[in-house]
Design a protein around this ligand. Structure first.
Ligand code: HEM
Length: 182
């Protein structure tokens, strides 16, 4: 069975060397030398760790699902030596919206999927959900991206678009951890 639970562990070990850690909205995570993405609930000796589970899609329609399936690359490509971990917590106002209202903010108003699709297949992505694990998790989502160095500008352009969109009004804590595979 494909592993659904993943733990990001920051500490002395791991294939990814952290190059930048910042708080985009709110407090940053503590800096650490290395980062690992470990299958399962990893008991950790690291400085910090965050857990999340992959899940079914909530918002995509059929056309978007097909477009995503056709363009989505796998994680772990040899050339994708840049990674970004972006943990995000959304506000109570977001979670008070109904499913169709959240979809409308995300896509009809913010074009999250349409803009995101333009970054494929350059950027590989994985969305992990934290709220379903426990209400005490510090973030709602752990988003993970891998791409080759020449695609960093494409990724940064997507980040700028998303952060300027109506969806981000509902983001109350967002951190950014950049890393290189070396
Ligand atoms: C959710 C696509 C980049 C943050 C989603 C969903 C899709 C998607 C299809 C909805 C999943 C569902 O139906 O449940 C993409 C694509 C990207 C991209 C193709 C291109 C690389 C990003 C980036 C960020 C981000 C750069 C962070 C800055 C999120 C978050 C969610 C999400 C937090 C969950 C939203 C929620 O459920 O409230 N993305 N995305 N995405 N994405 Fe992206």
């Amino acid at each position: 069975m494909t592993e659904r639970l993943w733990t990001f562990v920051a500490g002395a070990d791991g294939p990814w060397r952290m190059t930048e850690v910042r708080g985009v909205i709110g407090e940053p995570l503590p800096e650490a030398p290395r980062l690992d993405r470990i299958a399962g609930d990893a008991a950790t000796t690291g400085l910090w760790s965050l857990r999340g589970i992959t899940s079914n899609e909530r918002y995509v329609n059929r056309d978007e699902r097909q477009a995503l399936a056709a363009a989505t690359p796998t994680l772990g490509r040899a050339q994708a030596v840049c990674a970004v971990l972006i943990p995000i917590r959304k506000s109570a106002a977001w979670w008070a919206l109904a499913q169709d209202e959240r979809r409308a903010v995300m896509e009809e108003q913010s074009h999250h999927i349409a803009h995101g699709l333009r970054a494929l297949p350059a950027v590989a992505r994985r969305l992990h959900h934290c709220r379903d694990l426990s209400p005490d998790e510090p973030f709602d989502f752990l988003t993970w991206f891998e791409f080759a160095p020449e695609h960093a500008p494409l990724f940064d352009d997507l980040l700028a678009r998303l952060r300027a969109s109506p969806e981000w009004v509902y983001v109350e804590h967002e951190c950014e951890v950049r890393a290189r595979l070396d």
